[in-house]
Write a protein that binds this ligand. Structure first.
Ligand SMILES: [Ca+2]
Length: 218
């Protein structure tokens, strides 16, 4: 009995390990489930080989596995294909493709908006795909005029990067003719709604106060 409890204790420790995708790598939940089932079954068999008879052990991670003396059965607790999308956002944050978003309605300068997002362990929003741009347009309706995004060319004029990652913009939805900065002072990006779409443009970073959207990983 004591040996069995010891084994269960070890199992509890081992299976508290958090499964996480490597950066830039998505994980197929069905493959993960299969592999994890193998780990659970191996544990059950290992206990038996070592003389411990575990009558029933429950393993609960993303996959729930119940093992008895006759074998193990597993079932996925969530239906999403990618573990990245399984993570939940905090209350009051919207979720899209593994990221969390929150609209800050109070109006700030670009730098102040960026700082406010930092206090929420987030960044000024970066928008890296057409689908994300469309989702933002449809999801956040409670603002007028314009709001700040995290694109800036302040470090080097004309070289627009995301303040969140320092990466150059790959996707963009600049308005026709934008960014246009003949004076070299319009170094911060903002977004506005026009013709049923979310359009981007540039402005002086402290030239106006606007709402913003903060973004962070789920
Ligand atoms: Ca500029």
């Amino acid at each position: 009995m004591i040996s069995s409890l010891f084994c269960l204790y070890i199992a509890a420790i081992v299976l508290q390990t958090v499964a996480k995708s490597l950066p830039g790598k998505s994980v197929d939940l069905s493959i993960f489930q299969k592999n994890l089932h193998g780990v659970h079954a191996a544990f059950q068999n290992s206990a038996k080989t070592n003389g411990y008879l575990l009558t029933e052990t429950h393993f609960e991670t993303k996959v729930k596995t119940i093992c008895t003396q006759t074998g193990c059965s597993s079932s996925a607790k969530e239906k999403n294909d990618h573990t990245e999308n399984d993570r939940e956002c905090p209350k009051d944050w919207k979720t899209f493709s593994g990221n969390c978003y929150m609209l800050l309605s109070d109006k700030r300068t670009w730098d102040s908006a960026k700082s406010k997002c930092k206090t929420l362990k987030a960044n000024l929003i970066d928008i890296t795909s057409e689908s994300e741009n469309r989702w933002l347009y449809k999801t956040f309706t409670d603002w007028k005029h314009f709001l700040w995004m995290g694109a800036t060319d302040r470090p080097k004029e004309g070289e627009w990067r995301w303040s969140s990652s320092g990466k150059l913009l790959t996707y963009n939805a600049w308005a026709k003719g934008a960014p246009n900065d003949p004076s070299g002072k319009e170094d911060c990006g903002y977004i506005f709604k026009s013709g049923g779409k979310l359009i981007w443009s540039d402005a002086t970073c402290d030239g106006g106060h606007a709402p913003t959207i903060c973004k962070k990983k789920a």
